[in-house]
Each structure stands twice: as structure tokens, then as C-alpha cells.
Write a protein that binds this ligand. Structure first.
Ligand SMILES: O=C[C@H](O)[C@H](O)COP(=O)(O)O
Ligand SMILES: C=C(OP(=O)(O)O)C(=O)O
Length: 402
């Protein structure tokens, strides 16, 4: 039998025998009232609330998790420097290209950290031309149904140990920062950022949530630059609208550090930008699509800059096309095209993807969501990108060169 749901804030009537006198209030204010028959049309209280909630479990507070897994001073410096570098690249003060690179989703923290170790070394190699941020995505928005990521279901088995998921996520973020690598996350659930946002240097709002007021409000208060994707149908204006909305002040409900419901007032986030990810209708990384997006941004009074996601609709979901997208961008940037300030790659240790199965039977380092580039191809893509940019402008100035 299902457990009794207890989600609503409505005060439940205590169970009582038929005809007994109800007690209203509590403690010394309790008052005996004569029994009244309910109006014939009033449904019994237990049919009003939580009729579709199966279970409610306690959630650790953000403060508790941060107390257990605090940021070190070194990690704090990596986060802050990462945020500053990303902002500098977006504004053009730093002439390098941002590259957000990593698995579609983290399902095995050990494999993600193995990947991070390789990426940290590669990031050093290309840092004169490319600012590398590792994609460390724990929340997956699904087109219909599917595994929703490590925070939601760290056991990959429908056991939904969310407290464990938050702990694993924060621990991995700290481990990646310890390597000196800044991280990027998608923010999907409006509660989750309180647990991990202090570790993040670049954030994303995905194609399926860019029109959501909840996510625009959230972006307006986040402390890092946020890339907002065009819709899965290819609508870019909704992303431009989202950037504009997120730049404004908002007042909305959320949670505080102690996990209590709170009213949040935000300043607005002027570091949001559009991410062109293509769509089911085709790619939108070509020069004409970029130009059209920059014109939309200018018309809205917003900075003219975009990041291009080489995966998703821009690769037709074929990971082998991601290098083609990046090579085309590199050629155009080397030729002087303006406006593209970054790229995103979905990449893991092993190329392709695999169906989600018993964790013990999964291939190590291969995605369980979208297909990814493997490590050797990823290294080639980033090295070739850096070499193309270097050849075009050996004097390119970047904050990372100092
Ligand atoms: O990047 C990840 C996926 O494209 C996104 O989560 C949607 O996945 P789905 O279409 O397999 O649900
Ligand atoms: C879900 C993602 O992308 P999109 O929102 O573009 O589908 C993603 O980058 O993981």
C-alpha cells in the first residue's frame, strides 16, 4: 500500500471517532467546538491534497552539504578566476575562445574525474588560445522520459537517493576544481543551485527550459555567466528574450541556504548569452545564422555574442560531426568573423554512447545519454582549434597567458 502523502501545507484534521468533538488550535489556545456536520458537498479532507504524491522524504539542507564538503581556498580561487575569465572572453577583453567540454552527463564520478585529469593537462596546452571549462552536467532534461541525471538517481536504478546524488555531485565538483579546472553545469531544478552553484564558473539553461520564467528568474540571481539555448524547434528569439529577462531584477520564491522557503530578490545577470545548438530543423552555427542572432541581440539592446554548441542539433546528434562544426568555426574565426565567443563539445573517454543498464555492465567512460566524442578526437579537436587560431593571430591576448 502507498505511504500516506504529507506534501501539502494544509493542516490535517486529526483522526477522530465519528461524532466526537473536534479540537481547534493547539496548546493552551485549544478550544472545544460543538460537532458540526460537514456541508454535504464538501469532500473529505484526505481526498483534497496530495492525491498523486506517493512519498515525501527529507532533503539535507544546502548549508549541511556545504559544511560537510566545503570549498577549499584553492577551489574558490579557481571558481572566481574561471568566472572572471569567462566574462572577459564574453566581453572580448580576453580574445581567446571559450570551450565548454565534457560528457553529456556524469553517471560515474570516477570516470568523470579520470576525464577531468586529462582535460586539465590539455587545457594548459591550449590556454594561450582557448579557455577550457569542463562540462560537468548532473541534471538531464528529457524530451519525454529517461534517467534524469546523477543528482536525481545516482544509483542509475530508480532508487532516487537524491541526498547521495547531491553529495556525489558536490564531491566531484570539488575534485575537478582541485585540478585547477573551472566547471560548467546546466541548472534544471530551481532548488539544486543552492547546493552546488558556488563551485560553478559557467552555467547553462537548456533548450527545453529557456522559455520558462522560473529559469529566467533563477539566471537573474546566479553568480556566474549563463548560456541560454535556442529551443529544440530552432526558435532563437526565445533565447534572446531569456537573456533580456535574466538581465533584469526579479522577485520570486526559492530556498535559502538552510533549505527554507524564501522570497528572493535578484539584481539581474548581465553575463547571460545565447547558445546556438541547432534543432530538429537543422544546424544554426553557419555565418548567416550567427549574424541573424547578433542582429536580434542588438535589436533587444543586448551584447552581440554567442556560444555555439557543436553537438545536439548542430551535429544532427551524430558525435562524429562535432569536429566538422568546430573546424568550420575555427576557419571563420581565423578569417576575422566576430560574435562567436565560445564552443561546446560533448566529449567523454570513449566515443559514442550506450544504453543505461546495470552499472556493473556499463563500458567505462562511455556516455549513457547523448553520444560523445572520444578522448583522442577531443584532444585533436582542441589542439587543431588552438593551432588554427594561433596561426591566424599569434599575438592574440588572453588573460590566461599571463
Ligand atoms: O543533452 C542531452 C539530451 O539531448 C537531452 O537531455 C535530451 O535527451 P533525450 O531526448 O534523450 O530525452
Ligand atoms: C540538454 C542539453 O542540451 P539542450 O538543452 O540543447 O538539448 C545539454 O547540453 O545537455
Amino acid at each position: 500500500m502507498a505511504e500516506r502523502p504529507v506534501l501539502s501545507f494544509a493542516v490535517r484534521s486529526p483522526r477522530r471517532r465519528a461524532g466526537s468533538t473536534p479540537v481547534v488550535g493547539c496548546g493552551r489556545f485549544a478550544e472545544r467546538l460543538p460537532a458540526v456536520s460537514p456541508a454535504p458537498s464538501a469532500p473529505p479532507v484526505d481526498q483534497l491534497n496530495d492525491q498523486r504524491v506517493l512519498r515525501v522524504r527529507p532533503l539535507a539542507s544546502p548549508a549541511l552539504l556545504k559544511d560537510r564538503l566545503p570549498l577549499t581556498d584553492q577551489a574558490r580561487d579557481v571558481v572566481l578566476r574561471g568566472r572572471r575569465d569567462v566574462v572577459d572572453v564574453l566581453t572580448g577583453r580576453d580574445e581567446r575562445l571559450l570551450a565548454v567540454v565534457g560528457p553529456c552527463s556524469v553517471h560515474d564520478p570516477a570516470a568523470a574525474l579520470d576525464y577531468a585529469t586529462r582535460l586539465a593537462a590539455l587545457a594548459e596546452e591550449v590556454r594561450d588560445q582557448v579557455l577550457v571549462v569542463m562540462r560537468v552536467y548532473f541534471e538531464k532534461p528529457r524530451t519525454t522520459l529517461g534517467w534524469k541525471g546523477l543528482i536525481n538517481d545516482p544509483g542509475l536504478d530508480g532508487s532516487y537517493q537524491v541526498n547521495e546524488g547531491l553529495t556525489l555531485a558536490r564531491q566531484l565538483l570539488l575534485d575537478v576544481l582541485a585540478l585547477g579546472l573551472p566547471v560548467g553545469c546546466e541548472f534544471l531544478d530551481p532548488i539544486t543551485p543552492q547546493y552546488i552553484a558556488d563551485t560553478v564558473s559557467w552555467g547553462s539553461i537548456g533548450a527545453r527550459t529557456a522559455q520558462s520564467q522560473v529559469h529566467r528568474q533563477l539566471s537573474s540571481g546566479l553568480s556566474m555567466p549563463i548560456g541560454i539555448k535556442n529551443s529544440t524547434e530552432g526558435d532563437v528569439q526565445s533565447a534572446v528574450d531569456a537573456v533580456r529577462s535574466a538581465a533584469a531584477e526579479h522577485v520570486f520564491t526559492g530556498i535559502n541556504e538552510d533549505g527554507q522557503a524564501a522570497i528572493l530578490s535578484t539584481t539581474g545577470n548581465e553575463d547571460c548569452h545565447v547558445v546556438l545548438r541547432g534543432s530538429a530543423q537543422g544546424p544554426n552555427y553557419d555565418a548567416a545564422s550567427v549574424r541573424a542572432t547578433l542582429e536580434r541581440l542588438a535589436a533587444a539592446g543586448l551584447p552581440e555574442r554567442v556560444v555555439v554548441d557543436a553537438s545536439h542539433g548542430n551535429s544532427g546528434k551524430d558525435h562524429r560531426r562535432q569536429p566538422v562544426v568546430v573546424a568550420d568555426l575555427a576557419r571563420r574565426l581565423a578569417g576575422g568573423e566576430r560574435g562567436v565567443r565560445g564552443v561546446m563539445l560533448e566529449s567523454f573517454l570513449e566515443e559514442g554512447n550506450q544504453p543505461l543498464a546495470d552499472p556493473a555492465s556499463l563500458v567505462y567512460g562511455r556516455s549513457v545519454t547523448d553520444a560523445c566524442l572520444g578522448w583522442p578526437d577531443t584532444a585533436d579537436v582542441l589542439r587543431t582549434l588552438a593551432a588554427t587560431l594561433r596561426a591566424a593571430d599569434p599575438t592574440r591576448s588572453g588573460a590566461g597567458t599571463g
